[in-house]
Design a protein around this ligand. Structure first.
Ligand code: MG
Length: 260
């Protein structure tokens, strides 16, 4: 099932994609619900980020080849950081190069877990009961802030519009630990990997995070990005005005945003 969050006639609704239509749900996506409401044409609604996250937990250096391209050792434990929830945008919305740091803005395609139920101290073999589904994320990052100016990650990862999510939540992703994940910049493939290259797998991450803090319904976990980001390239590639950046995950879909 593909869950969308959308705007129509000034209201915000959850719905289920049914071909070219969207059917609203009755109930609460984070509790019980049935897709039993009004039907709209998909083209007649504005898709929003599929979740307005309670917390955005992100994992750094979690693909082997990305740790290698970054010149860093594999972490012994998942490297957790947070992004501001105000950085979220939806599919087709613009990524804005921030005035404070416009020059080294980079893309990071990430498989993103959406937590469906309050989770605390959950074991690996139980985590599926707490996951609502999966979406595509782009952990947009201002590398100058991240690496040189601030030397920690909060600001460089949290500028407004730096967390595109979407286009929907796939609730039945066959195997989240065996998914092709890629990104394209103006149509050219930049990242092309598979979640099988993750250092800490999806279920292990959810369990680990839940043992460190309570995961509330609507919290998302961005599981890290594979190799092929812009900064280690020679010469480096950074996002610029007019660029189109797409994140694609097999079994989910394509998240597309323009840079302004
Ligand atoms: Mg990242």
């Amino acid at each position: 099932m593909r869950l969308v969050r959308f705007q129509k006639n000034g209201g915000v609704f959850y719905g289920v994609l049914e071909g070219e239509d969207v059917r609203t749900i009755e109930g609460d996506v984070f509790d019980e619900f049935i897709p039993d409401g009004k039907i709209f044409r998909r083209d007649d609604v504005k898709l929003l980020a599929p979740v307005s996250p309670r917390d955005i937990i992100a994992i750094g250096l979690n693909y082997k080849k990305h740790a290698e391209e970054s010149g860093l050792n594999f972490p012994d434990k998942p490297l957790i950081f947070l992004k501001a929830t105000s950085s979220v945008i939806g599919p087709e919305e613009n990524i804005i190069l921030p005035e404070a740091a416009p020059g080294e803005v980079d893309y990071e395609a990430e498989l993103t877990v959406v937590i469906g139920k309050r989770a605390k101290n959950v074991e690996i073999d139980e985590v599926d009961n707490y996951i609502l589904g999966y979406t595509c994320g782009n952990d947009v990052s201002a590398r100058d802030c991240q690496f040189r100016i601030d030397q920690q990650w909060a600001r460089g990862k949290s500028f407004d519009t730096f967390c595109p999510l979407g286009p929907w939540i796939e609730t039945e992703l066959a195997n989240p630990e065996q998914c092709r994940i890629s990104s394209r910049l103006n149509g050219k493939i930049m990242q092309d990997s598979n979640t099988s290259d993750l250092i800490f797998g999806v279920r292990e991450l959810v369990s680990y995070c839940s043992k460190n803090f309570t995961l509330l319904p609507g919290t998302i976990i961005m599981t890290g990005t594979p190799e092929g980001v812009g900064f280690p390239r020679k010469p480096p590639v950074f996002l610029k005005q007019g660029d189109i950046i797409e994140v694609e995950i097999d079994g989910i879909g394509v998240l597309k945003n323009r840079v302004v």
